[in-house]
Design a protein around this ligand. Structure first.
Ligand SMILES: Nc1nc2c(ncn2[C@@H]2O[C@H](COP(=O)(O)OP(=O)(O)OP(=O)(O)O)[C@@H](O)[C@H]2O)c(=O)[nH]1
Ligand SMILES: [Mg+2]
Length: 265
């Protein structure tokens, strides 16, 4: 069976984990009660995001209990998330036990590529529950539970390719990274500010292509800094390997910081 073959290769197809849970998160969902003019009570779930927030808090506790550092990696489709992760994992996997959860609307293409690194990979396909353009805390919990028996100190979540929605959903992560590729235009941070405001680090990717483009790198960095003045920006090429070391050093520092934190911090 297809699923079995995928599991043997180190990852699990994940499109059937969520549907029953999607509207029934395990955590407490904030519900308000309001009286109508006729005296009837109606219950209001204020926002989908409130329910997600409660679940994200649960995730954070689960990750903290195991000392796992979780990085949420986000970008537009095709900015280089998977390519960067494959390169990064190949460099760090002997030193840092890692795992990946990857979200896509359809296909296991990214899980195929990521599983070549040998680390445990879970693919979430969101088409099974409406083709969500982001990963929810609940989806992450289900995916995490399917690999939590494995030993790892770094969990990287490659979110669904989208420069807007993923930033709205806390998944209980420790840090967020946004990738902006040089083919997207310098103004994207200004046009899609939430993602850049909410991230802890930005990777400016595909810099090997700069000689062939009119892309103004300094202007792009200025756009990022307009939205998030102090954010570190690392210029990388996952094709040539240029610039990967500083980004990997940042990642290692964050993992070490998490280890030093007491579980209840
Ligand atoms: N020249 C060049 N191409 C790159 C680089 N990184 C990624 N690419 C190419 O960009 C395309 C998209 O890369 P992916 O890694 O699949 O991008 P992604 O962000 O994971 O895409 P989605 O998961 O679909 O959102 C592929 O053809 C990669 O080979 C890079 O540093 N330089
Ligand atoms: Mg990808």
């Amino acid at each position: 069976m297809f699923l079995d073959i995928l599991q043997q290769r180190g990852f699990r197809h994940h499109d059937d984990f969520h549907k029953p849970h999607h509207t029934h998160p395990h955590g407490p969902i904030p519900v308000e009660t309001k009286k109508t003019g006729s005296g009837r009570e109606i219950k209001i779930v204020r926002r989908v995001l409130d329910a997600n927030e409660a679940m994200a808090e649960q995730n954070r506790k689960a990750f903290a209990a195991k000392g796992v550092f979780v990085l949420n990696m986000m970008s537009s489709p095709g900015s280089g998330k998977t390519t960067t992760l494959v390169k990064t994992l190949n460099r760090i996997k002997n030193e840092i036990k890692s795992a990946v959860i990857v979200g896509d609307i359809c296909t296991t293409n990214d899980a195929d590529r990521l599983s070549e690194t040998g680390v445990p990979v879970v693919q979430i396909n969101t088409d099974a529950f409406g083709g969500d353009c982001h990963l929810t805390a609940n989806a992450i919990l289900n995916a995490y539970e399917s690999i939590s028996h494995e030993e790892f100190e770094l969990l990287i979540v490659e979110n669904v390719g989208n420069l807007v929605c993923p930033a709205e959903f806390d998944i209980g992560e420790d840090a967020r990274a946004v990738i902006l590729s040089v083919t997207e235009g310098e103004d994207k941070p200004l046009k899609y500010p939430l993602m850049f405001r909410e991230s802890d680090i930005a990777l400016l990717s595909k810099i090997d292509l700069l000689p062939y483009l009119d892309f103004d790198k300094e202007k792009a960095i200025e756009s990022i800094r307009t939205i998030h003045p102090e954010m570190p920006v690392f210029e990388i090429s996952s094709k040539t390997g240029e610039g990967l070391d500083p980004w990997i050093s940042w990642l290692k520092e964050k993992i070490a910081e998490k280890k030093e934190k007491p579980v209840n911090a």
